[in-house]
Design a protein around this ligand. Structure first.
Ligand SMILES: [Zn+2]
Length: 313
């Protein structure tokens, strides 16, 4: 009996200390998969990370559900992109931040990173430049270390290993995309999500819609792009997994009417990763898929299996 009492006492002490260390018991919440994946890579088994916006879903027009609001409230930390990527959810998260909930907008406050579009209308799609996303990963590592100092060394070691994988991806992107003949280094997509990729790896990038999918794609913009495709004899345009392909098909029809055949070069992951549990459902896999698909469709030469020989095609 005495032993049992001691055991109960010991258990309740442990429970108390544990509760005191962490403000809430919920997981870390991230908005998009690209942030959740990088955070989980760095956190390893020390934290659970959950993405609110799933595969194939557009963050710009995403509607916050009651379930999301509950998850955000009970989370220990919220990570979001910021720069208006998350549309309505961004407002909810800004409010949580104001209310003192532990939050981090990973794209904000990156020193020495030149944002496309300037401060007023900054382009939020930073993950498209692997070098910049590596800086974002470093910021997440620092946040985790500050939040959970007992495991700071663990986060630092895991980040260093992950950074090596990102460096390999960066080298692969530079190598692969440079095999595209110079006159064909043009990337036409449904919305303007690839400007950082274009700037980092030397491609001209043209989106039918602007940096948010919430803007209208006008007929004038479509005619302008059709003329460009015909004039420059661009062989392929690209659809995106999280955006309707309607406007891209209008481009193909328009070019056909002028006697130029344009193909769909493939589906790119712009604002959402591939299915959970697959290689394309990781940041590295999604970028490997994008780089390899773009390279092959525009006439460059690279292995279909991609950087890590894991692409499913
Ligand atoms: Zn976007």
């Amino acid at each position: 009996m005495k032993t049992l009492l001691l055991l109960v006492a010991a258990l309740s002490i442990t429970a108390c200390t544990k509760k005191k260390e962490q403000a809430t018991d919920g997981p870390i919440i991230a908005t998009v998969g690209m942030i959740a994946d990088v955070t989980q890579e760095i956190a390893g088994d020390k934290q659970d990370v959950i993405a609110l916006i799933k595969e194939g879903t557009d963050p710009h027009s995403y509607n916050v559900t009651a379930g999301d609001t509950e998850k955000i409230k009970s989370s220990r930390l919220v990570l979001y992109n910021g720069l208006l990527l998350e549309g309505k959810m961004g407002t909810v998260l800004d409010n949580r931040r104001e209310a003192g909930h532990p939050t981090m907008a990973v794209a904000e406050g990156l020193e020495d990173v030149e944002l496309i579009g300037g401060e007023e209308h900054a382009d939020p799609h930073l993950w498209m430049d692997v070098g910049i996303w590596s800086r974002v990963a470093e910021g997440i590592q620092k946040k985790l270390a500050e939040f959970d100092p007992d495991n700071a060394d663990h986060y630092s070691k895991r980040f260093e290993n992950y950074r090596k994988e990102l460096t390999d991806l960066q080298t692969y992107a530079q190598m692969a995309l440079s095999t595209i003949p110079p006159e064909r280094r043009v990337l036409v997509t449904a919305h303007d999500a690839f400007s950082y990729l274009g700037r980092a790896y030397g491609l001209k990038v043209m989106g039918i819609q602007g940096i948010s999918t919430e803007s209208e794609a006008g007929n004038a913009r479509i005619s302008e792009l059709v003329n460009f495709l015909v004039e420059k004899k661009i062989p392929a345009v690209f659809v995106e997994t999280s955006v309707s392909d309607k406007t891209v098909r209008a481009l193909i029809e328009g070019a056909k009417a002028q006697g130029h055949e344009v193909k769909i070069g493939g589906k790119l992951f712009s604002d959402a990763m591939g299915p959970a549990g697959t290689y394309e459902g990781t940041y590295i896999g999604m970028m490997d898929h994008n780089i390899t698909t773009i390279t092959l469709a525009l006439g460059g030469s690279v292995s279909k299996e991609g950087l890590n020989k894991k692409l499913s095609r």
